[in-house]
Design a protein around this ligand. Structure first.
Ligand code: HEC
Ligand code: HEC
Ligand code: HEC
Length: 420
């Protein structure tokens, strides 16, 4: 009986190790100069990438992890704090418990509520040992003495206690529970997507109070920041990534582009600072999970009226003159050079903000991800007026069998204004 127990324990440990990156073998006795076990520090360094902590905690041109990044929310500006091990302005005095409480419960070392723009509603799933590894890594950083900036929020949100009410409505602390019906690989993917990756924070619609929708609304696409839209990650063939293969998803997350789409906007930081550093097994696990999400995502396909013929005609002329040289007459693009617009989920999104942004501002993959040819999508802000952009966007969203709700000139003009 005992042997059987021991064997079961051994195998559950082994399988656990395979989906949490945190399993350090007891023989790993090498020490980092900070006196933390080297393997733990290295695991932490990797997980900090998986959680994309840099995008929010490192100011462009600033010291790593010293905070001060202004994060715009519909409720005001929140500045990210200093998470270097400085004893007075950073988290140098925090214990492992304090740190875990932040990740798991969304509370700081004094028990005060943190605002949910810090993705604790997702990080709550992070295991205690992975949380310890991150803390061990952060402890090895050079302490930066830099005071946190005060937030610019509207009352009553200045009262942190208001977050308690929000938590009561929308937040349940929880641990990641592997689903035995699925493979280890799928479970590892679920842990990364729903925990560290907080992919759903952008790719899910939010309610008035900024909480992401649950159930079958998860991953059906959502608005991000100032006029961007993160497409559905569901298996819908037109709006989601239903026609992307596992290797295609992996390539997008590793390099920022594949034969179906090229990234732009807020996804750029995600790939630059996070996913391109993930191991191939982890990227494959993410892709396998995304292709086999547990519940059917309910993608509401808005009934759309086709653009009238005159609009389509105007759009077609603009397209042939300005775009067809690269994206081809039939919208098929050129593999490795120009993404296809025909059949593209990025083009047919429910809300058109990202497409409009790309046509107005242009887009390119930042180095070192840029294609060998290094050809970028040019900006049309100077060349086309709001009406023309509306026409050409309505055309690409409804030509060649594409189908998407009509774009209004007001939306284009609002996005153009936001760029100034
Ligand atoms: C989407 C942006 C975002 C990401 C990604 C993010 N954070 Fe934060 N984090 C914040 C903001 C904003 C706050 C401050 C919230 C507040 O003031 O209530 C914060 C607070 C914290 C705190 C509390 C510090 C204190 O002084 O109270 C810790 C610890 C922390 N983050 C660690 C991390 C780690 C580790 C990661 C990556 C695994 C991470 N964060 C990823 C935005 C982010
Ligand atoms: C900060 C917000 C944000 C986060 C976090 C985020 N994404 Fe995205 N994502 C976007 C936006 C915006 C786009 C649209 C980019 C475009 O079309 O050029 C996008 C595009 C994508 C696409 C391409 C979809 C298509 O149809 O073209 C995939 C796949 C994707 N994201 C996967 C992920 C995964 C996996 C994660 C988590 C590891 C993640 N994203 C996290 C904002 C985000
Ligand atoms: C000089 C070549 C060129 C021209 C001309 C051009 N594009 Fe692009 N386009 C690109 C490239 C390259 C990309 C990929 C950008 C990146 O890497 O982020 C792109 C990306 C896009 C995307 C985003 C696709 C995705 O998968 O996220 C859209 C939408 C788009 N172009 C529409 C247009 C429209 C509409 C026009 C004409 C008004 C146009 N393009 C003209 C080269 C071009």
């Amino acid at each position: 009986m005992r042997i059987k127990r021991v064997l079961i324990d051994f195998f559950s440990l082994v399988s656990l190790c395979m989906w949490t990156a945190s399993c350090t073998l007891p023989t790993a006795t090498q020490k980092h100069p900070s006196q933390k076990p080297l393997a733990q520090v290295e695991t932490g360094r990797y997980l900090v990438k998986a959680g994309d902590c840099v995008s929010c905690h490192t100011l462009k041109g600033g010291k790593p992890f010293a905070g001060g990044v202004a994060l715009n929310t519909p409720f005001g500006v929140i500045y990210s704090p200093n998470i270097t091990p400085d004893k007075t302005t950073g988290i140098g005095k925090w214990s492992g418990d304090d740190f875990y409480n932040a990740m798991h419960l969304g509370k700081d070392n004094k028990g005060k509520h943190l605002y949910p723009i810090f993705p604790y509603p997702w990080f709550t799933k992070v295991s205690r040992s992975d949380s310890n590894a991150i803390k061990a890594y952060l402890d090895t950083l050079t302490p930066v003495h830099q005071q946190n900036k005060p937030n610019k929020l509207k009352w009553p949100l200045t009262w942190r206690i208001s977050v308690a009410a929000w938590n009561l409505l929308y937040f349940t602390p929880g641990n990641f529970k592997p689903d035995p019906k699925h493979s280890l690989q799928w479970n590892r993917g679920a842990y990364l997507v729903k925990g560290f990756g907080h992919c759903g924070e952008c790719h899910t619609p939010k309610n008035m109070l900024g909480a992401t929708r649950k159930g079958n609304k998860r991953f059906t696409g959502g608005a991000v920041g100032n006029y961007w839209f993160a497409p559905s990650l569901s298996d819908n063939l037109r709006l989601g990534i239903g026609n992307w293969s596992v290797p295609e998803i992996v390539r997008y997350l590793k390099t920022g582009s594949n034969d179906k789409s090229d990234l732009a906007g807020p996804m750029t930081e995600v790939v630059m600072n996070s996913t391109r550093y993930l191991s191939n097994p982890d990227l494959n696990a993410i892709a396998v999970y995304l292709k086999n999400m547990p519940q059917k995502q309910l993608v509401t396909v808005t009934k759309t009226s086709k653009p009238d013929l005159t609009t389509l005609h105007r759009g077609h002329s603009l397209y042939m003159f300005n775009c067809a040289g690269c994206h081809m007459d039939n919208g098929a693009g050129v593999p490795h050079f120009f993404p296809p617009l025909r059949g593209s989920s990025a083009v047919q999104t429910k809300d058109p903000e990202t497409v409009i942004h790309v046509v107005l501002m242009g887009a390119s993959l930042p180095p070192p991800m840029s294609t060998p040819a290094g050809i970028a999508m040019p900006s049309f802000a100077q060349k086309l007026n709001n009406r023309q952009i509306t026409d050409v966007v309505n055309y690409i969203r409804n030509a060649w069998g594409n189908r998407a709700p009509l774009v209004r000139t007001e939306t284009v003009s609002a996005i153009r204004k936001s760029l100034k």
